[in-house]
Design a protein around this ligand. Structure first.
Ligand code: ZN
Length: 486
């Protein structure tokens, strides 16, 4: 019997080791090679970018489209809502943007145009069509001017954020998907790619970035850091003169906490390591070598990038600060590894991320955030939102699956996507039972790791794993038909 149980443990344990990302099927990935220089006097980043683009679509392409998030900081684009204005701009309104100076295709000058809603899209004309499985080399020269704003991209009191700074190629689905600038949510959607980024900056700064640092040198007071990132959904870096760094290693992954003014830095590093370990067990292994948790000037709670998360230095309450760390790190699984169109279907990553946060605190009672309290809190918050909005507007749109522009207010977005999302997954867990529910999460992660999923994919994956049709269940929540008072 003992030998049998050993064998059983072995057989049962084997699939657990197999859960995770399959590295073998992604050979023809596009590669970004970006060389950038930061001028701290003028707050400009001058870049030369080469994209080796693989046509992994089924169509011949005669152009490439890039999303220019940097232009969200142009005057008149309202990158923040009126309620967040003072937090974002402590020194008053400030603007920035990107100026594209030249484009070549396979080393020959080519036409390009900045167009779309609020100059959000750069279209580069390909002199000759590229067919499926062919590749093309596009070089872009551009300069980004940073606004004085505590945002994804901008310089603040304590740090300089370079989130979504470079032109990123749009996902192709029967045409390039053009996202929009909105103040609600994260309007991003991209494919996995490889990155080689070289950043030159004043040596007084310390840098945290996506990817792994492969080289660093200092010459005439300027530091140049070379970073390599494989299979990343995006690339981000942060500079600060104030950064201190605390590090630890968990299962071969180096976890760095970059901070200033934090007497709890050891606890916050420990928490980050626990989160990495817990979610790797729950969903699938984190496949990278580095994970950076970065305290920074930011007007919201936090923001997620591959291998790097922002935690706002404006969050002063310790419990909230820890909650934000867990939430942003959960995005490494839901957004970074399993991608989705965050503009069209924000609920996909945000609901799962928010629910994963509750799962973490359920396992770690030492933080005093009881799972039942989180669920009860979500129920009460959601009911209050429905009551208040019904009173004001007569009725309230409770649907979750809207694009970011279709949410009328920030509370409507937060309650429908985050709060109701937690209730959806708590309900589903109760319906399916613990084992089946957790298996659904693992299978969904493994099936879509390094890929993009949509709502239909998630529902089909969960239904297949649970061996029950869950379309009616999900749609009742997503379309706003579920009445949570019952
Ligand atoms: Zn989030």
């Amino acid at each position: 019997m003992k030998r049998l149980s050993f064998l059983l443990v072995f057989i049962l344990a084997l699939p657990i080791f197999l859960f995770g990302c399959n590295n073998n099927e992604f050979e023809n990935l596009s590669t970004y090679t970006i060389d950038c220089v930061y001028d701290e006097q003028n707050h400009t980043l001058t870049c030369s970018q080469t994209l080796n683009y693989y046509n992994n679509t089924d169509n011949a392409l005669n152009k490439l489209e890039f999303f220019l998030y940097a232009n969200a900081f142009n005057e008149g684009t309202s990158v923040v809502s009126t309620s967040s204005f003072d937090k974002a701009y402590p020194n008053g309104a400030s603007y920035g943007g990107i100026e594209v100076k030249g484009a070549t295709c396979n080393d020959t000058d080519t036409e390009f145009v900045v167009e779309g809603d609020k100059n959000s899209i750069l279209t580069v004309v390909l002199p000759s069509e590229i067919y499926p499985d062919e590749n093309v080399k596009i070089c872009l020269d551009y300069t980004i001017t940073l606004a004085n704003i505590n945002h994804r991209l901008g310089y603040g009191e304590n740090s300089i954020n370079f989130g979504n700074f470079y032109p990123i190629v749009c996902v192709y689905e029967n045409g390039f998907v053009e996202n929009k600038f909105v103040s609600n949510g994260d309007p991003f959607y991209s494919d996995i790619a490889n990155y080689n980024v070289q950043i030159t900056y004043n040596e007084k700064y310390t840098m945290a970035s996506s990817g792994d640092v492969v080289d660093e040198k200092i010459e005439n007071g300027r530091k140049t850091t070379s970073v390599k990132g494989e299979k990343l959904r995006d690339f981000c870096f942060v500079l600060s003169e104030k950064f201190q760094k605390a590090s630890n290693t968990v299962d071969g992954v180096t976890v760095n906490y970059y901070y200033y003014d934090d007497e709890n830095y050891e606890e916050n590093l420990t928490l980050s390591c626990q989160v990495l370990q817990e979610f790797s067990n729950m969903f699938g292994e984190y496949p990278y070598k580095t994970l950076n948790v970065v305290k920074t000037s930011f007007c919201f709670g936090g923001m997620e990038y591959p291998n790097l998360v922002y935690i706002s230095d404006a969050v002063t309450d310790e419990e909230t600060y820890r909650y934000v760390i867990v939430h942003e790190l959960a995005h490494q699984w839901w957004y970074s590894l399993v991608g989705n169109n965050e503009y069209q279907e924000a609920w996909l990553d945000e609901s799962l991320t928010e629910y994963s946060t509750a799962l973490f605190f359920e396992k770690h009672g030492e933080y005093g955030l009881d799972y039942k309290n989180i669920i009860n809190g979500a129920e009460n918050t959601y009911r209050l939102f429905v009551d208040v909005y019904s009173e004001i507007n007569g009725d309230v749109d409770e649907s979750m699956n809207r694009n970011l522009s279709e949410f009328n207010t920030e509370p409507e977005y937060v309650n429908c996507v985050y709060t109701k999302g937690v209730l959806l997954y708590d309900n589903l867990r109760q319906t399916l039972g613990e084992a089946k529910f957790m298996k659904c999460l693992k299978e969904y992660f493994e099936s879509y790791c390094y890929k993009n999923a949509n709502s239909g994919d998630l529902i089909a994956s969960f239904s297949k794993t649970a061996k029950v049709d869950l379309e009616g269940f999900f749609n009742a929540f997503l379309n706003g038909e579920v009445i949570l008072d019952n």
